[in-house]
Ligand binder design. Structure first.
Ligand code: HEC
Length: 114
């Protein structure tokens, strides 16, 4: 039987993992890394992918749900705004100048695991 200590232990272990930020690019990806939608795939491959596949410049990697979790907590509207306006190392529009808001919403959702 699981008791109350089990979830606490899991939280503790996940915090330990979160601290070892240097090894972040080595973490196994748990989400999809290829879009199923053809238009999303086309846009992703020629813009977001160049940075988000490898995690260039601290970009959260596509499919790395752990890296995306704190970002998702900001809420979808904030992430959309940061994608359009830019955010630190993230360039405005993610270098996809023919993407519309719906495209960005789909891209963010795909990259963050679904
Ligand atoms: C030139 C590299 C580059 C490209 C191209 C790029 N990104 Fe990013 N992106 C980044 C970096 C770096 C960050 C991390 C910024 C930070 O928090 O320091 C980031 C962060 C993000 C975030 C999280 C913002 C937040 O508030 O935490 C989203 C969402 C995002 N990118 C979406 C996209 C989408 C969608 C595309 C394609 C249309 C894209 N990015 C293309 C580099 C890039």
């Amino acid at each position: 039987m699981l008791d109350i200590r089990t979830p606490l232990l899991l939280i503790f272990l996940s915090l330990l993992c979160a601290c070892s930020g240097d090894s972040e690019p080595m973490r196994q990806l748990s989400g999809p890394t290829t879009p199923t939608d053809a238009r999303v795939a086309e846009l992703y491959n020629r813009s977001c992918r160049s940075c988000h596949a490898q995690g260039a410049g601290w970009a959260p990697r596509t499919g790395d749900l752990q890296a995306w979790a704190p970002r998702l907590q900001k809420g979808a509207p904030v992430l959309l705004e940061h994608t359009i306006d830019g955010f630190k190392g993230m360039p405005p529009m993610g270098m996809c100048f023919d993407c519309n808001e719906e495209d960005f919403t789909k891209l963010i959702s795909f990259m963050s695991g679904g």
